[in-house]
Ligand binder design. Structure first.
Ligand code: PHE
Length: 377
């Protein structure tokens, strides 16, 4: 079948139509080519093309028929052409509207199908992270000290030299400052005092005693900073839990008993503890606590013979520093030196975690490698 435009672009005269019957068959031809076209499958954009082809104001088939056939028709054929055109127009308009409605509803169905939520499909499983091992060890230590009446306090990581050093009985000239030299902050001009990243959690001993009267029993978990070059056992940032117990009648036995309780709770009841003399400016006497090697049972010998690789045959592993609070410290916080006694300790968390979980490089704590993190869910 020819496209109707072939004929509708010409006048009746040019088409050789002179009789009514010819008019009828001409319209029948147009109607049947419309019927064929309108029965095709449409999507919206093709339907629009189809509509414009037939109903377009300028070059639509019906406008052409009006212009070329009706307006130019000889008077005797005009009524017939007019009537046939009206009939055709009604049929075309009805059909095109019908198709529009059916496209609309099928597209709606598609959209609904696309957006339908299938509740039976498995969901998207997003991996949930876990607590970092350091956080887990903090928690274990906090739980142990909670069970014997300690509470947690936290303090600033940016400190003044007064709290980090002076009030802890470490004056300006003291050589221990060399070991603990740290990061000083660049300050705006006119700042009244220097600021530094705390080298230990001990400043919180002072801040706590400034704010509370005895009895004091606190632990202080937190980050500390030192100007250490990184290697397997050093990092410029690491973690400590400070402990402080001060009252009117705390003895050295309370001190060692508390530490022993903690160490057994943390490593298991089979371990033993011992302490050796040490030195800290803010404790007197000062000690260093060791734990019997949890890997070789404190024998120094590996299970299969030979020296234990963890304690290097020493049978003991150094744990952390501690001591009875030096009375000089009480004078900085206006405690009555004569009536007060107490003990303090500073546990290196990274070191403790490395011993407990057989980790041989402190750097893994800071690298965020999921292959490491996943081992401690
Ligand atoms: N602050 C000390 C350090 O970081 C540890 C310590 C704390 C020692 C409390 C004695 C008492 O090395």
């Amino acid at each position: 079948m020819q496209a109707p435009q072939e004929k509708t672009s010409k006048s009746l005269q040019e088409l050789g139509v002179t009789q009514r019957s010819q008019v009828d068959s001409l319209f029948a031809e147009v109607q049947s080519s419309f019927d064929i076209e309108s029965s095709k499958e449409f999507i919206e954009i093709l339907w629009k093309e189809f509509r414009d082809e037939w109903l377009g104001r300028k070059s639509g088939v019906l406008s052409q028929i009006t212009d070329n056939w009706l307006k130019l028709a000889p008077p005797e054929l005009k009524p017939a052409v007019g009537a046939a055109l009206n009939k055709l127009r009604a049929a075309v308009e009805t059909k095109i509207e019908e198709r529009r409605l059916s496209i609309e509803s099928s597209e709606e169905k598609w959209a609904l199908a696309r957006e339908r939520i299938d509740l039976s499909l498995p969901g998207v499983v997003r991996p949930i992270g876990s607590h970092h091992l350091i956080r887990q060890v903090f928690q274990q230590i906090e739980d142990i000290f909670f069970s014997i009446g300690f509470s947690v306090v936290e303090g600033p990581e940016i400190e003044t030299p007064y709290y980090n050093f002076e009030a802890l009985n470490i004056p300006d000239f003291h050589p221990v400052r060399d070991d603990m030299d740290t990061f000083y902050l660049d300050l705006p001009k006119g700042a009244t005092q220097p600021l530094l990243l705390r080298t230990h959690t001990s400043p919180m001993q002072i801040r706590t005693m400034e704010n509370r009267q005895p009895p004091v029993r606190v632990i202080v978990p937190g980050k500390v900073y030192r100007r250490d070059n990184p290697d397997a056992t050093h990092s410029f940032i690491f973690h400590q839990v400070e402990g402080l117990a001060v009252d009117t009648d705390i003895s050295f036995c309370d001190f060692t008993g508390t530490i022993e309780y903690f160490v057994k709770q943390f490593f298991g009841p089979a371990v033993k503890t011992r302490f050796r003399p040490s030195y800290f400016p803010f404790t007197e006497p000062s000690v260093e606590f060791d734990v019997s090697c949890p890997f070789c049972g404190g024998s120094g010998t590996a299970a299969g013979g030979g020296t234990c690789s963890k304690c290097k045959g020493a049978a003991w592993i150094e744990l952390f520093g501690a001591g009875m609070v030096d009375t000089a410290v009480y004078s900085y916080v206006n405690y009555e030196q004569k009536k007060i006694t107490g003990f303090a300790f500073g546990i290196g968390i990274d070191r403790l975690a490395m011993i407990k979980y057989s980790i041989d490089d402190i750097q893994v704590f800071f690298q965020n490698d999921v292959r490491f993190l996943r081992q401690f869910p």
